[in-house]
Structure formats: structure tokens, C-alpha cells
Write a protein that binds this ligand. Structure first.
Ligand SMILES: Nc1nc2c(ncn2[C@@H]2O[C@H](COP(=O)(O)OP(=O)(O)OP(=O)(O)O)[C@@H](O)[C@H]2O)c(=O)[nH]1
Ligand SMILES: [Mg+2]
Length: 229
């Protein structure tokens, strides 16, 4: 049995720009299962989403800092390449961090919105943090981890744009950083190297997402069965 993301199944549901809107969504979706993407502005979150979910799911920007809202989609899984009867899952494209040219007002809005998101969203949402393979673990990435670490989210780290690493030397720098980062960021489950452009590493990231979803479904099954045991 092999589950995969059903191509082109991600359906845009809503864009959330203020905390009260998020609270409304949360009230309806406390048990949400799925995946959310976060990373520095322009790191390729929307491009990665399109590589994984197909076609033009998310808007790719020419100017950094375009995705300002929490964009919520629902998607399906395939079983052996065919539609199956599992429920829908959530895909969330989060607004980027570390964009230098934002006003105080916009930064405040990001802090409030993301503060509410990471404090309250379901623990069954896997967090995919994207970093730039050419400039990993930047100050803004560190700041972001400080911002979320107390929430202890299930997180994987994906280094995107590896197609831009042309020399072995550049690739070695990244390999060496892996053990250092896993020590510093203990809650990161796994690290991946990928390119939304060349599609390298995308199947591995897809696997991580599908595995997470199946684990969450499995956990709920055992929880429901418990009272009878
Ligand atoms: N070479 C290369 N370029 C990429 C890759 N992924 C994204 N890009 C480019 O990087 C730019 C930003 O991509 P987006 O997907 O819009 O980035 P984002 O993180 O969603 O950006 P914001 O929504 O503005 O925060 C675009 O010009 C993409 O074409 C990649 O793997 N390799
Ligand atoms: Mg984007």
C-alpha cells in the first residue's frame, strides 16, 4: 500500500490576515491534520508547495515578502495512485519572516498572527521549515526558532535551492552543518536537501509529509479504541 499526495488536489480555502479570523478557523478545525510551510521570505515556500502539490497551487513571487497571509488549502492523498476514502488534510502556506523592508505595523501583525498560530494550531500539523541551502541558519532563522521553540512543534528542516550549489565545497559546508544543527535544534525530526526548481529531494519531503499524516491517523484510531480495551 502506498500513499502519495494526490496531484492538483489542493484547494484554496481562505487567506487569513488577522488573529480574529484565525480564531474563527481554529474553532472549526481544532483537530486539523496536515502540514504548514514556513521560512524566510523568498526562500521558495510557494515554489516548494507547487512542486509537492502540483501546478499552480500557491503564488510564486518575483518580489520577496509577497505571501503576507496565512493561506489555507485542503488536499487529499492517493492510495496506489487512486483516490481513496481518507478525509481531507490541511496545507498551510505561512507568511515569510525576515523580510527587511517591512514596516513596524506589518512586523507587529506578523508577530501577533504567527504567535497565535504556533501557540494554538493543532499538534497534528507538521511544520516544514525551509532554509536557503546557500545561506543556512541565518540570524532570522535563529530568531524564528527562538520565537517558536517553546511550542515544541513537530518540525522538519528542508534546505531548498540546492540546484544553486554548484561546487562540492558548497555542498560540504551544508553537510557539515547538519550535525551542528541537530544538536542546536533538538526537536527537528529530520533534515532534507531539495530543490523546488530541479525537483531533487522532493519525493523524500513528500514521504515525510505522508508518513506524518498516516502516523496521526493511526494515533487517533488507537485513542478512539482505548475506552473499549
Ligand atoms: N534556483 C531556484 N530558485 C527557486 C527555488 N525555489 C524557489 N525559487 C525562486 O525563488 C523565488 C521566490 O520563490 P517563492 O516560492 O515565491 O518564495 P516564498 O518563500 O514563497 O516567498 P514569499 O511568499 O515572498 O515569502 C522565485 O523567483 C522562485 O522561482 C529553487 O529550488 N531553486
Ligand atoms: Mg510565498
Amino acid at each position: 500500500m502506498s500513499y502519495t499526495i494526490r496531484p492538483q488536489s489542493a484547494d484554496f480555502k481562505m487567506g487569513i490576515s488577522v488573529v480574529s479570523q484565525f480564531e474563527d478557523w481554529l474553532a472549526q478545525n481544532r483537530d486539523a491534520i496536515g502540514v504548514s510551510f514556513v521560512g524566510r521570505s523568498n526562500v521558495g515556500k510557494s515554489s516548494m508547495i507547487n512542486s509537492l502539490f502540483g501546478g499552480k497551487t500557491a503564488r510564486v513571487s518575483k518580489t520577496p515578502g509577497r505571501t503576507r497571509e496565512i493561506n489555507i488549502f485542503e488536499f487529499e492523498l492517493n492510495l496506489n495512485g487512486k483516490k481513496c476514502d481518507l478525509p481531507k488534510f490541511f496545507l498551510i502556506d505561512l507568511p515569510g519572516y525576515g523580510f527587511a523592508e517591512v514596516s513596524k505595523e506589518m512586523q507587529k501583525n506578523w508577530d501577533e498572527l504567527m504567535g497565535a498560530f504556533f501557540a494554538e494550531v493543532s499538534q497534528s500539523m507538521l511544520l516544514v521549515n525551509l532554509q536557503d541551502a546557500r545561506h543556512p541558519d541565518q540570524d532570522v532563522d535563529k530568531q524564528f526558532y527562538n520565537f517558536i521553540k517553546r511550542h515544541n512543534r513537530k518540525t522538519i528542516l528542508v534546505f531548498n535551492k540546492i540546484d544553486k550549489l554548484k561546487t562540492q565545497k558548497e555542498r560540504n559546508v551544508l553537510e557539515k552543518l547538519k550535525p551542528v544543527l541537530s544538536k542546536d535544534y533538538k526537536w527537528i525530526r529530520q533534515m532534507y536537501f531539495a530543490s523546488a526548481e530541479s525537483k531533487k529531494g522532493i519525493p523524500q519531503v513528500e514521504d515525510a509529509i505522508v508518513t506524518h499524516i498516516l502516523e496521526e491517523l493511526e494515533m487517533r484510531k488507537t485513542h478512539v479504541e482505548e475506552p473499549d480495551a
